[in-house]
Design a protein around this ligand. Structure first.
Ligand code: PXL
Length: 279
C-alpha cells in the first residue's frame, strides 16, 4: 500500500482540506498521514468569527521527529497554509524527508481574490513552494496571482491565455502544471482542466459539463482525488478525469438543498469514486 502525507489545515467544521483529504485518500486505498498547518473552528468562506490556531512552529518539530524515525513517503500533498513562513518549512520537509512525489495546491484564492486572512506575502511563498513540486493545481486566480498576470473572468478568454499561464507556471519550476476551472469564451457550457508537462511540452486536457453553481471545498476535493489517483499509478488525464467527475457527482448530490451551503456531500459519492479508482 502506498503511504503519503498531506500538509494543510484542519477546519473543524465545514468539510475542506484535511477533513476531505483524509476520507477520500483512504477510500482510494492510500495510507495518509497529516501535518496540520492550523486548526480553525470552521473554514473562512461564509462563516463569521472563526477561531484560528496557527501551528507554524509544529512543522519543523514534526519534520525533525519523522526524520529521526526514518519515515518515508510515496507522496506529499500540500494545501492551505496557516502562514507564509510555512512554505519554506515545507520546502525543508521536502529536502529532509524526500517524498517521492510532491503535489502542491496553492490554495489561497478564488474568484479573483485572496481568501480572508491572507495578505500578499502568501503569493510569493506559494510560488516558491510550487517551484519545488512535481504537480501543481492552481485555479485561474492563483495562477494569475503567482505570475503577476491579469485575472480574467471565466468565459472571457481563449486558449492563448491559458497556455501563457501554463508556460509561466512551468517556468517557476513545476514539472507538471494543471490549471483548474477553465472556461473558454468559445465553449461557454464546458469547464475543464488543462495541464502542461514541462519536459515534453505536452498539453493534456479534460473538459466536462459546466454546472453553473459554486460550492466551497470542491477545489480541495479535486486536489485530493487527483493526487491519490496519481499515487495509485493513474495516467495524468485519467487522474484529472476521475477527480473532475467525482467533484461533478458531489455537486449533483448537493445541489438544491438549501441547508447545505458550506461544502459538498462528497461522502455519497465515495462508492463511485472507489469504482473509478479500481477500473
Ligand atoms: O478550500 C480551501 C480552504 C481551506 N482551508 C480553509 C479555507 C479555505 C477556503 O476558504 O478557508 C481554512
Amino acid at each position: 500500500m502506498k503511504k503519503v502525507v498531506t500538509i494543510q489545515d484542519i477546519s473543524c467544521f465545514g468539510k475542506c482540506s484535511v477533513t476531505v483529504a483524509l476520507p477520500v485518500i483512504s477510500a482510494m486505498g492510500v495510507e495518509c498521514a497529516v501535518i496540520p498547518t492550523a486548526v480553525l473552528s470552521t473554514h473562512t468562506a461564509g462563516f463569521k468569527g472563526f477561531t484560528f490556531r496557527d501551528l507554524t512552529e509544529d512543522i519543523p518539530a514534526v519534520t525533525a521527529h519523522w526524520k529521526k524515525e526514518g519515515l518515508t513517503f510515496d507522496g506529499l500533498y500540500t494545501g492551505y497554509l496557516g502562514s507564509p513562513e510555512q512554505a519554506a518549512m515545507i520546502e525543508s520537509f521536502i529536502d529532509e524527508i524526500r517524498p517521492a512525489m510532491v503535489f502542491a495546491d496553492p490554495a489561497m484564492a478564488d474568484n479573483g481574490k485572496l481568501y480572508t486572512g491572507f495578505g500578499p506575502e502568501i503569493v510569493d511563498a506559494m510560488k516558491h513552494l510550487c517551484g519545488r513540486a512535481d504537480v501543481i493545481v492552481p485555479n485561474i486566480t492563483e495562477a494569475s496571482l503567482m505570475l503577476g498576470e491579469e485575472y480574467r473572468e471565466p468565459g472571457t478568454y481563449d486558449e492563448a491565455y491559458i497556455k501563457r499561464l501554463l508556460a509561466g507556471l512551468c517556468e517557476i519550476g513545476a514539472k507538471t502544471a494543471a490549471v483548474t476551472g477553465v472556461r473558454y469564451e468559445s465553449r461557454p457550457n464546458e469547464q475543464g482542466i488543462i495541464a502542461l508537462r514541462r519536459e515534453t511540452g505536452e498539453f493534456t486536457e479534460y473538459f466536462h459539463e459546466n454546472i453553473p453553481v459554486s460550492f466551497h471545498g470542491t477545489g480541495d476535493l479535486f486536489a485530493a482525488v487527483m493526487f491519490a489517483a496519481l499515487i495509485r499509478g493513474k495516467a495524468l488525464r485519467d487522474a484529472m478525469r476521475i477527480a473532475a467527475e467525482n467533484v461533478l457527482n458531489s455537486i449533483r448530490a448537493t445541489m438544491g438543498d438549501p441547508d447545505y451551503w458550506y461544502s459538498v456531500k462528497f461522502e455519497q459519492c465515495i462508492p463511485q469514486l472507489i469504482r473509478m479508482t479500481e477500473e
